[in-house]
Design a protein around this ligand. Structure first.
Ligand SMILES: Nc1ncnc2c1ncn2[C@@H]1O[C@H](COP(=O)(O)OP(=O)(O)O)[C@@H](O)[C@H]1O
Ligand SMILES: [Mg+2]
Length: 377
């Protein structure tokens, strides 16, 4: 899917921005503090119903305003044109609209608009503990396996019940959750294992385009591999009671990435870590497209940072081969135009929250922002 138009109203320093985007590359440049990351944040918010920079709404609503509004016209993977909109007020009211209809779950937006973000926080994927690896796996599972989102939610609900029984109850009241927890947990772990088997070779072949070191991937499903989850829950009962929570299950899964037996975050430089992180995330886009015809939108914030020229060219080549829609921000990006060749490219200049499309040949502004149709207000 591609975003055809994006309208951003009173979001951060973007008062009223309207972009008509290229289905290929969109280069968004401007000085520090201009509003580049805020534009990507707006796209992310439309897809996830939340920001990647804060869990709170107040910092997102423009100072002095009482609500934010985001709208987009997308080409869905079924070839239809769809409008998406989200409005949130500081009072806590909100509305999501898909094709003019009110929708009650942000997950529906996420399913329609898969977005992959790569920014300086992406290092958490290698340095931030198993939670970030699980989030990475779950992004893929959610978009590839139809039933995964609801299965995972149900599993979380039963896990919560078992954990409260551990805190308050006798062994029998804990055990009564084990059967359903084990059945769902095994299912999730099996689906994740299949996903890992598919995605790891893709990731390795992308990484080989950047460098010649080989990473070993080890998927840990979250409990001792020689037992079923039912057995692990039973044999770990007294330990769980001592700890106060359920220690075995897919909620404890991990993906270990090693170079010569050492965790990659201990041996790779930041630049090298970046190649690996990009390989992990690009692999997900490639796999998604091959399995479902869905294409994700890539948001690359501050691309030139920490990339040498050679690897930047490799990355652009990879993206050209994948041909997803890409939004790239940076202080200066005109040097990328040559590498992009005849790929569809649009350039935007952001200054103090105002966005202007540039002519890619002349690097001149094309027209003033057109205003937002406030159909969500
Ligand atoms: N709620 C808000 N209202 C108005 N301006 C804001 C708000 N939140 C952040 N800003 C300002 O928005 C500007 C854009 O930030 P950002 O998008 O991160 O810039 P860039 O990525 O271009 O360096 C910054 O100057 C920041 O201080
Ligand atoms: Mg920024």
């Amino acid at each position: 899917m591609t975003i055809k138009t994006l309208s951003v109203y009173t979001f951060r320093n973007l008062s009223d921005a309207h972009l008509s985007l290229s289905p290929g590359f969109n280069l968004i440049e401007g000085q520090n503090g201009a509003g580049k990351s805020s534009l990507l944040e707006a796209v992310y918010f439309l897809s996830h119903g939340r920001s990647f920079r804060t869990l709170h709404l107040d910092p997102l609503v423009q100072f002095g305003q009482d609500k934010l509004i985001l709208q987009a016209e997308i080409d869905s993977f079924e070839g239809q044109s769809l409008s998406l909109g989200i409005m949130k007020t500081l009072k806590g009211e909100g509305q999501i609209k898909i094709a003019g209809e009110i929708c009650h779950s942000a997950a529906e937006l996420a399913a329609l608009l898969p977005v992959q973000l790569l920014n300086s926080d992406s290092f958490e994927l290698l340095n931030g503990g198993p939670l970030f690896k699980r989030q990475w796996m779950d992004w893929g599972m959610f978009h590839v396996e139809h039933s995964y989102g609801s299965l995972w939610k149900q599993y979380q609900r039963v896990l919560k019940q078992r954990n409260s029984a551990i805190k308050t109850g006798a062994s029998a009241s804990i055990r009564c959750w084990d059967e359903s927890l084990a059945a769902m947990g095994e299912h999730i772990a099996r689906q994740r294992a299949e996903y890992m088997a598919d995605i790891i070779p893709i990731c390795s072949s992308i990484l080989a385009r950047f460098c010649d070191f080989k990473i070993s991937f080890h998927y840990d499903r979250g409990w001792d591999a020689s037992f079923s989850l039912a057995q692990a829950l039973e044999s770990g009962l007294s330990r769980d009671q001592y700890l106060g929570y359920t220690r075995s299950g897919p909620h404890r899964a991990d993906l270990r990435l090693n170079l010569s037996e050492c965790p990659v975050n201990n041996v790779l430089s930041r630049g090298q870590q970046k190649w690996l992180i990009y390989s992990l995330k690009l692999a997900q886009g490639i796999f998604l497209a091959s399995k479902t015809q869905k294409r994700c939108v890539y948001l690359l914030d501050d691309l030139p940072a920490e990339w040498d020229d050679y690897r930047q060219k490799v990355l652009i080549e990879l993206l050209k081969e994948m041909s997803p829609q890409v939004l790239i921000t940076g202080i200066g990006l005109s040097h990328l135009q040559e590498a992009l060749g005849d790929s569809p490219v649009k350039m935007f200049h952001v200054e103090q929250g105002r966005v202007q499309e540039q002519d890619t040949n002349l690097e001149m502004p094309l027209s003033e922002d057109s205003s937002l149709s406030n159909s969500l207000i």
